[in-house]
Design a binder for this molecule. Structure first.
Ligand code: ZN
Length: 175
């Protein structure tokens, strides 16, 4: 950041504001503090009654060409569930039902928090989009474990396939 977005001053400094515990970018002209906090990624693990899971082949960087669960950054003004459902439609043209929170994974070294919901497919149609070159149902023994885009996706799939399917909240992933 070179200029203050409030007063346009170039006098931006890194310092710990009074009463704060972390260094922040602060405008020394108007005293505006610019906070930087983790981003939330929200998505769905879509499955059907044939024990198949839907994955998308990424058509965008990062990790273009690798398989992922439909997910993306939460927008202002929406709940994590709304964001997950929206991303699933944007990336896979899929409308899921009975959406339930399944994993919350902290990835502190890249300042991201992932939330994944399970969602039932129930015969809904789906297809490729600008973000996904391929959208496909996988039998459990066909999941391309070595071609998954992100550790959070792999972990969520692993947890889903574990027999007791305990929800996992607050797991910290380090990789
Ligand atoms: Zn300013």
């Amino acid at each position: 950041m070179n200029f203050c977005s409030k007063c346009s001053s170039a006098q931006i400094e890194k310092k710990v504001p009074d009463g704060d515990t972390h260094e922040r970018l602060v405008c020394t002209q108007c005293n505006e503090i610019f906070y930087s906090n983790p981003n939330i990624v929200t998505g769905v693990l879509p499955f059907n009654s044939n024990n198949e899971i839907l994955l998308c082949k990424r058509n965008i960087e990062p990790r273009s060409g690798f398989w992922t669960l439909p997910a993306g950054f939460l927008e202002n003004g929406e709940s994590i569930e709304e964001g997950a459902v929206r991303e699933t439609y944007e990336e896979a043209l899929l409308k899921v039902e009975n959406v339930n929170l399944f994993t919350i994974l902290s990835v502190p070294h890249i300042n991201q928090i992932y939330t994944f919901f399970t969602g039932e497919i129930n015969g809904s149609s789906f297809g490729p989009t600008p973000e996904s070159s391929e959208v496909k149902l996988f039998k459990i023994d066909e999941i391309p474990w070595d071609e998954l885009a992100f550790p959070t996706v792999k972990r969520t799939l692993q947890l889903f396939l574990e027999e007791d399917r305990n929800n996992v909240f607050n797991e910290v992933l380090k990789y």
